[in-house]
Design a protein. Structure first.
Length: 328
């Protein structure tokens, strides 16, 4: 099969090579799928750079999630040939390939209401946001949810899931194109951080109360400013540090203002509570079938575009979800 491989660490445009490699084989409890669609995710960029928490041996194929058609099953896999599934991959064999192997407990039926690209994008980003908003905290109808990087992969899912939960959603983005995308997602208020200070705008929008829940995959200045507009008994969800700076929170400030700082590492649920992930997928599939959530795909690209697409994602120049199709 053909697959994109990282043979040395660096920027995606520089290190990805499209090679002929042996077809993978499904072992016990695994399925082999023909890749139908796989999104670009920031962890794929970090994997290429050698900056991700997992460091697979070289060479490896990035691509952490996919939608695919089952073409072979191992013993006790629980799927049948021809099933359309979504799931997460096992590095070093990622999804930027014609074929990929998934553990059966990391694969789920693809929602019939979504096409291949949309279904592929329903996994990591939407699972992350669902666990953040409905398990690590519980966003309630009428609350105000502030989402940073609201036009990005996880941020866009938080906007839709917040609206589905009945919250008023404020999206913070960088640039007019991302602002337009965020409005299409359904945000009630969109703030362009490049031209506006979100702190006074959030306070004005909430009548001085502040945001009840802050969803922060950025860190750095986004986190620091969020503490200035968090509501009484508010919750700041720490999702990641895409801005490159890990905050050093002043815990006395959390005490004085009576807010909570809540961390989320979605990947740990695969280790400690796999059933919670299955339950989450069932709920996301229900919401998709009801039309309450639908991944908004901004670009549908060919596999030949993988290095440039990941490069643009790493540069911060993408809007919304980029999804690659092996057969485009």
């Amino acid at each position: 099969m053909r697959a994109w491989q990282v043979t040395e660490l660096g920027e995606p445009r520089d290190v990805l090579q499209f090679n002929d490699i042996d077809d993978p084989v499904a072992g016990p409890g695994q399925v082999l799928v023909r890749v139908l669609a796989t999104p670009a995710n920031f962890p794929d960029v970090l994997l290429c750079r050698g900056q991700y928490q997992v460091e697979p041996p070289l060479p490896f194929t990035p691509g952490v999630e996919l939608c695919g058609e089952v073409v072979a099953v191992g013993d006790d896999a629980g799927f049948a040939i021809g099933d359309r599934v979504v799931g997460t991959t096992n590095l070093p064999g990622g999804a930027f390939a014609e074929l990929a192997v998934l553990d059966a407990d990391s694969a789920f039926p693809a929602p019939d209401s979504l096409d291949d690209a949309e279904a592929a994008a329903l996994v990591i980003g939407y699972q992350t946001s669902w666990f953040a908003l409905h398990r690590r905290t519980q966003v309630r109808p009428g609350e105000t949810l502030l989402v940073h990087a609201a036009a990005g992969g996880v941020g866009s899912s938080a906007v839709q899931l917040g609206k589905a939960a009945g919250a008023r959603v404020i999206g913070v983005v960088g640039g007019p194109e991302k602002a337009d995308y965020c409005r299409r997602l359904g945000a009630d208020l969109v703030i362009d951080r490049r031209t506006e200070d979100f702190v006074p705008i959030v306070k004005e929008f909430t009548g001085g109360r502040g945001a009840d829940v802050v969803y922060d995959p950025v860190g750095g200045d986004a986190y620091a400013k969020s503490t200035k507009c968090i509501a009484f008994e508010g919750r700041i969800l720490v999702i990641g540090f895409a801005g490159g700076t890990i905050p050093q929170p002043a815990l006395n400030h959390a005490l004085i203002k009576n807010y909570s700082i809540i961390g989320l590492h979605w990947g740990l649920y695969k280790q400690y509570n796999q059933q919670a992930i299955a339950d989450c997928h069932a709920e996301l599939s229900r919401l998709a079938a009801a039309g309450a959530v639908r991944p908004l795909i901004s670009e549908r690209l060919s596999f030949g575009d993988v290095p440039d697409g990941l490069g643009r994602l790493g540069d911060g120049d993408t809007v919304g979800r980029l999804v690659f199709h092996p057969r485009l």
